[in-house]
Structures are given as structure tokens and as C-alpha cells.
Design a protein around this ligand. Structure first.
Ligand code: NAD
Length: 278
């Protein structure tokens, strides 16, 4: 499995398994077992997804040694703050039945209830996360949905530079300013909804390229993600698709096709994190 190097010297598997909307219980349990069997070693969840407990069981039952896995979860919008973040991490660890996390992310930079004080809230959460790295409860810390002004604000007080920013990035969804900023700082860009949440599957450009390369639309989208240096997090609960979404690593897209994929239109763009309603 290909890995990316992070700015803290650690490595991260270059594809992760998405679990948003994979239902707690049998559905997500079986999906994660299928993913681990197929060869994924990196699982992306969040406190908000409500499925950490079943994912923890699947990890345990898989029998794969803990050190071979890379597990990410996220701090939800109702748990910002120094004490709150510490409690939220412990709650996630308990549900996942883990002693440590590989990656902990601030899920959103500007939750609606913190709109007048998001700067202080992120600074306090981050300070707690830094201490939890020190305490051995987390290996790496990062952010999600942060734009340049959220990063700049965080860096005013941060001792640790975020190693990851998880953003909505897919064919037709390219957040140039923050992507360039992160690349400049060696911050790994994880791509959420790398398959455009299903919107790509009927797109004529994507269909034509799938035909041309003898691959599926999902595989072309994932090859494009790697061509940009992104770390895609495809989600599925169907074993055949879970396997399909790993079988793109031999695709070599031409420069011309990469440009065409980047420029496709009609895919829902990223939310404005300063105006979300949650
Ligand atoms: P996605 O782009 O991965 O698309 C998932 C959809 O595509 C599902 O409906 C699935 O059934 C379908 N699909 C998957 N593989 C397929 C295949 N090979 N052929 C046909 N259909 C296929 O969308 P997503 O779940 O929104 O995003 C992926 C992951 O990113 C999430 O599960 C989650 O882990 C993460 N995420 C993070 C944030 C954030 O704010 N940080 C937000 C959304 C998602």
C-alpha cells in the first residue's frame, strides 16, 4: 500500500476507507471487515457518524495487529474547547476500543454555535489535542474543512502544525487556494467525497474516460485524486465496490485527461465552512 509522508515524519496510507452514512451495527461492521480483507489499512470515521463502536468491533475481530492499521476520527462541533476536546477524544477511544488514535481531526472550523468565537474555540481544542499527542493518546493531529484564514488563525497559537487537512476534493471540485496553501506547508490533503457522492457516475466526461482506460468511473476518479497528490476516502458498504475502489493503482492518466477531469462541471461544490448551519 502506497503511503504519504506527513510533516511530523510519520506515514499515512494513501487511501482511506470512508464510513459516513454507513449505519452503526451490522452494516458498518461488515463494511469495515470487507475493507480490511480487501487490503485497506486506513479507516476514516467521526464521532458525528455514530458508528465508532461497530467500527471498533470490526477492527478487533479482524485480528489485524493494531500497528498495521491507521485509524482516524474527528472532534465534533459540540465538543470544541480544552476540557471538552479531551473528554470527546476519550469517548471516541472507548467506543473504538483503542488505546490510541493515528489521527484526530477538528471536523469543522466554524460551527454555528461558535460563530462569534471560533478562533478561541479552535485554539483551545488544538491545545488539548497537542497535549493528547504528548500523552500518547494520538499520533497525529489535523483539521478538516479549514480554509486559509482558519489555518492562519490556528497557527497563531499552535505549537504543532496540522499534518492533514481533510477537504471536499473530487473531479470538478478543486479548492485551489487552500490546496496550494497546504501543499506549500507539506500538509497532506485528504479528499472527502472523492467519488462526488455518486454525482460522477453519470457524467459524460467521466463515462468516456472510464471507457477509454477500460476502468470504472470510480477508479478514474480515484486515479485523478492520486494524480493531484490527494488522499481519497471512498465510501461503500458493498464488498465488490469496496474491492473495486482499491483496484485503480495501475491507471496512468494522461496530462490532457487529468486537466479535463479537473475542469468538469456540474458536481456539487464544497460548503462554505463559515456559513454552515450545524
Ligand atoms: P463518496 O464520494 O465516497 O461516494 C460514496 C457514494 O458512492 C455512496 O453512495 C456509494 O454507494 C457510492 N459508491 C462507492 N463506490 C462505488 C463504486 N465503485 N461504484 C458505484 N458507486 C459507488 O462520498 P462520501 O461518503 O460522502 O465521502 C467519503 C468519505 O469521506 C466519507 O465516508 C467520510 O469518511 C468522509 N467525509 C468527510 C467529511 C468531512 O467533513 N470531513 C464530509 C463527508 C465525508
Amino acid at each position: 500500500m502506497k503511503t504519504y509522508q506527513m510533516n511530523n515524519g510519520l506515514t499515512i496510507p494513501a487511501i482511506g476507507f470512508g464510513t459516513y452514512l454507513s449505519k452503526d451495527g451490522e452494516e458498518v461492521y461488515q463494511a469495515v471487515l470487507s475493507a480490511l480483507e480487501a487490503g485497506y489499512r486506513h479507516i476514516d470515521t467521526a464521532a458525528y457518524y455514530g458508528n465508532e463502536e461497530s467500527i471498533g468491533r470490526a477492527i478487533k475481530d479482524s485480528g489485524i495487529p493494531r500497528e498495521e492499521l491507521f485509524i482516524t476520527t474527528k472532534l465534533w462541533n459540540d465538543a470544541h474547547g480544552y476540557e471538552e476536546a479531551k473528554a470527546a477524544l476519550q469517548y471516541s477511544l472507548d467506543r473504538l476500543q483503542l488505546d490510541y488514535l493515528d489521527l484526530y481531526l477538528i471536523h469543522w472550523p466554524n460551527p454555528v454555535q461558535l460563530r462569534d468565537r471560533w478562533q478561541a474555540a479552535n485554539a483551545d481544542s488544538w491545545r488539548a489535542m497537542e497535549e493528547m499527542v504528548e500523552a500518547g493518546l494520538i499520533r497525529t493531529i489535523g483539521v478538516s474543512n479549514f480554509l486559509v484564514h482558519h489555518m492562519e488563525e490556528l497557527l497563531k497559537t499552535a505549537k504543532i502544525i496540522p499534518a492533514v487537512n481533510q477537504l471536499r476534493l473530487a473531479p470538478g471540485v478543486y479548492q485551489t487556494r487552500i490546496v496550494d496553501y497546504c501543499k506549500d506547508k507539506g500538509i497532506v490533503l485528504e479528499a472527502w467525497s472523492p467519488l462526488g457522492r455518486g454525482e460522477l457516475f453519470s457524467h459524460p466526461t467521466m463515462l468516456a474516460l472510464a471507457e477509454k482506460y477500460g476502468k470504472t468511473v470510480a477508479q478514474i476518479a480515484l486515479a485523478w485524486s492520486w494524480s493531484q497528490g490527494f488522499l481519497p476516502l471512498p465510501k461503500s458498504v458493498t464488498p465488490s465496490r469496496i474491492r473495486e475502489n482499491l483496484d485503480f493503482q495501475d491507471i496512468l492518466l494522461s496530462e490532457e485527461d487529468i486537466t479535463a477531469i479537473t475542469a468538469i462541471e456540474g458536481v456539487t461544490g464544497a460548503y462554505d465552512p463559515d456559513n454552515i448551519s450545524f
